[in-house]
Design a protein around this ligand. Structure first.
Ligand SMILES: [Zn+2]
Length: 151
């Protein structure tokens, strides 16, 4: 199959940017939000090829399958990176500075969350973390709790 390109001869004007929007049915993400409220983190797994997606996806980009199932992610992870957030986003600006980190879970999936306790002198890359959730300002966030103690 060959692609056809349209060659533009002479002067031209830029078109307005094309924006592609589509509606994501709430039922396709509901399990994820309900899971956070229960302290669980859900990903989606393609029933066809077994690929696990986090954040959850409704369709598998590998084989275009929409046959996805929910799987709970493992709780154990290793901290890969972290940073302290001083410039908090609007709505979080009255909170103490917090630490955001990325952990790789035992199944290889990466999740981002708030590292606790937020003591950047204690936190080290490679630290073991337990993944959970907590409620901050009526929103559920993912928490990466250090398994070692910081005193
Ligand atoms: Zn797939």
């Amino acid at each position: 199959m060959s692609r056809k390109y349209v060659k533009i001869e002479g002067p031209y004007v830029e078109s307005v940017p094309l924006v592609y929007k589509h509606k994501i049915p709430i039922q396709k993400t509901e399990q994820f939000w309900r899971g956070l409220a229960e302290g669980k983190i859900y990903a989606t797994r393609c029933k066809k090829c077994g690929a696990v997606y986090f954040p959850p996806q409704a369709d598998c980009p590998v084989d275009m399958s929409s046959e996805m199932e929910w799987v709970e992610l493992p709780r154990e992870g290793v901290l890969e990176a972290f940073t302290k957030v001083y410039a908090r986003p609007q709505g979080f600006d009255d909170l103490e500075p917090y630490v955001i980190g990325i952990a790789t879970l035992s199944n290889g999936v990466r999740v981002m969350g708030w590292v606790e306790p937020p003591d950047e002198r204690c936190i080290k890359v490679g630290d073991a973390v337990e993944v959970g959730t907590k409620s901050v300002k009526d929103k559920y966030i993912i928490v990466l709790k250090l398994k070692k103690s910081c005193t």
